[in-house]
Write a protein that binds this ligand. Structure first.
Ligand SMILES: Cc1cc2nc3c(=O)[nH]c(=O)nc-3n(C[C@H](O)[C@H](O)[C@H](O)COP(=O)(O)O)c2cc1C
Length: 180
């Protein structure tokens, strides 16, 4: 049993998670915490254990972070740079030099790895906002990512500096396919 946080019956890590749009610009993530975020992704399940993911990890104050910040869209540039970490999430989409799928589930599996990283962050007292608002092609060119990998999303990770605005969801009934 655990104290109820958020919607009834949810584990507190899930119930208390939300995606901030303001981060504490003084907070720094330790090497140990950065390593545990990557471990969480590493141990995510994937189709055939294909593990079709890779990450570009930029810690605020370091060069990789500056190179990621250059490619933020106007909207994310307002809040993402102060996050302690920016992590570009890459999916292994194709077999090198072909148009064959590396895995039919590479995007699905990347999403699951990022979800694991997100909850690990929550367990460390950090918060994550995953986002699309950046120049994917720009990041791919910046880091010379070959075409069989897709820069998919970025995660801003750090200590939240705003309040949960109150999250909205479809109803539970609406999730269950009608008549099943
Ligand atoms: C794949 C993906 C793309 C997203 N893109 C953006 C984005 O470009 N900009 C943004 O502010 N938030 C983005 N978000 C965050 C969502 O808006 C947010 O997760 C959603 O509103 C639910 O809120 P919650 O995470 O606090 O429950 C994205 C989230 C995901 C999973």
């Amino acid at each position: 049993m655990h104290d109820e946080v958020g919607p009834p019956g949810l584990h507190p890590l899930l119930g208390s998670r939300w995606s901030p749009t303001a981060f504490d610009g003084t907070h720094e993530v330790s090497d140990r915490d950065t390593g545990s975020l990557l471990e969480a992704a590493r141990w995510a399940p994937s189709a055939g254990n294909s593990q079709p993911w890779a990450f570009i990890v930029g810690r605020r104050g370091e060069e990789t972070h500056r190179r990621l910040v250059r490619h933020l869209a106007g909207s994310s540039a307002r809040w993402a740079p102060t996050a302690s970490l920016l992590v570009a999430n890459l999916s292994h989409r194709h077999v090198e030099d072909t148009d064959w799928d590396y895995s039919e589930f590479s995007l699905y599996d990347l999403g699951q790895a990022v979800a694991h990283m997100t909850l690990q962050a929550q367990a460390l007292g950090l918060a994550v906002r995953q986002f699309r608002a950046f120049d994917r092609e720009g990041v791919a060119a910046e880091f010379a990512i070959p075409g069989h990998w897709q820069v998919t999303t970025t995660s801003a990770i750090g200590r939240a500096a705003d309040e949960d605005p109150g999250r909205a969801r479809r109803t539970l009934q609406d999730l269950v396919w009608p008549g099943t």
